[in-house]
Design a protein around this ligand. Structure first.
Ligand code: SAH
Ligand code: SF4
Length: 379
């Protein structure tokens, strides 16, 4: 949705065109008395990174573009801030939604000439209600869910930025930005299906990361959508996990791990356990051996993410030696350590956005700044 001025001096919110399902696009052109194939032309334009606004949908006559612009915003997510890091391999974006709220999207390129890979990390909610104490997004609380169009538009934006910066187009999508994707289930399911159907992605190249929303995992099992499911485990015992992931009080470890295993059995996709490694908290020998046991038992892959320090928390990730010590204890488990991307730009889960918002709200006169609603801007 985007706010536009009306003839009577007021303002109204225009729904974003990316929020139309394929059926919605068919209905739109039928209502306008246009040929049905226009709907496919629109879908093609939406996934063409060179097309950035209604004016550049060159397959449509000008009168039709004008008609569509009165009904729908072309973009659901505008670039509010873009930072390029890691020698041009990481692009962190603060995206502004139609109502002025902001989210974070990160585009990462892994350079191998034969197998280029560009991953976009998308946000599924503005904020998050789960409230993990090590996470910048958790501190925000939940402001609102993202719409499917807002999730998909982050992928489109990533394609545009990838093109601008000489990267390969997006090959992988990970739901690891702001928000809990399975707490915004309909949006996540719809966005995953549309990435497969409309953008032609393999579900195998899509990762949904969850803090353990059991009904959401059950729905993925029902739908048999073969994404990679990543469980943010972070602790292998219930008492510690309830501190790190408060949702654990509702859906405890045994239940969540069993559901994740059911999902893996139903889809043939091996699950991943994510472990945000926090010095002095979950890097102990006891946690390591309990994690290794669980990972072996459930045939899960372990992804260790050294914690990125966030403002207002004294916790931090261990140094390289501490990480290596923890990993060495995970005998027989299949483990990778995530290289942190975009750290120099506060690029980890909600941090860039937090910095952006803090600056935006600090006007010299102490008043709150108003969101800019139209053309995209860059800093
Ligand atoms: N809500 C979902 C997905 C978004 S968070 C989830 O929790 O899985 C994506 C991943 O980033 C999660 O594994 C989360 O634990 C991790 N994360 C959050 N804050 C972090 C931080 N400060 N340092 C390192 N990893 C962090
Ligand atoms: Fe929410 Fe995930 Fe952050 Fe926890 S880690 S607060 S579930 S976004």
């Amino acid at each position: 949705m985007v706010m536009v001025d009306t003839a009577d001096g007021g303002q109204k919110l225009l729904p974003a065109v990316m929020d139309l399902s394929p059926e919605g696009r068919d209905a739109l052109f039928a209502e306008l008395g246009e040929a049905p194939w226009r709907a496919q032309q629109l879908a093609d334009a939406l996934w063409n990174p060179a097309v950035r606004d209604w004016d550049s949908v060159s397959s449509f006559p000008q009168a039709l573009r004008h008609e569509l612009a009165l009904r729908h915003a072309f973009c659901a997510v505008e670039q509010a801030q873009v930072r390029v890091d890691d020698g041009g391999h990481t692009i962190s974006v603060v995206g502004r939604l139609g109502d002025g709220k902001t989210i974070e999207t990160v585009v990462m390129h892994y350079g191998k000439a034969q197998h280029p890979r560009t991953t976009v990390c998308v946000s599924s909610q503005v904020g998050c209600a789960v409230g993990c104490p090590f996470c910048a997004t958790g501190r925000l609380g939940l402001l609102r869910h993202c719409t499917p169009g807002e999730v998909l538009d982050q992928v489109r934006l990533a394609d545009m930025l990838a093109q601008e910066h000489g990267m390969h187009p997006v090959t992988h999508v990970v739901f690891m930005g702001m928000g809990e994707p399975l707490a915004n289930l309909e949006t996540t399911v719809s966005a995953v299906k549309r990435l497969v159907q409309e953008r032609g992605m393999s579900a195998r190249h899509i990762t949904v990361s969850t803090s353990g929303v059991v009904p959401g995992i059950e729905r993925l099992i029902e739908e048999r959508i073969p994404v990679t499911l990543a469980l943010s485990l972070h602790a292998a015992t219930d008492d510690l996990r309830t501190t790190l992931v408060p949702l654990n009080a509702k859906y405890p470890i045994d239940l969540v791990c069993t559901k994740v295993e059911e999902y893996a059995a139903a889809t043939g996709r091996r699950a991943t356990y994510e472990w945000c490694l926090i010095e002095g908290i979950n890097d102990t020998a006891e946690q390591a051996s309990a994690l290794a046991r669980r990972a072996q038992q459930h045939h899960a892959h372990v992804n260790v993410i050294p914690m990125n320090r966030i403002e207002g928390s004294s916790w931090n990730g261990p140094d390289a030696e501490g990480v290596a010590r923890f990993v060495a204890r995970l005998t027989k488990a299949n483990v990778t350590v995530r290289k942190t991307r975009g750290q120099a730009t506060d690029g980890a889960c909600g941090q860039l956005r937090a910095t952006h918002e803090a600056r935006r709200h600090q006007l010299p006169d102490g008043k709150l700044s108003r969101p800019v609603r139209t053309a995209s801007s860059r800093e």
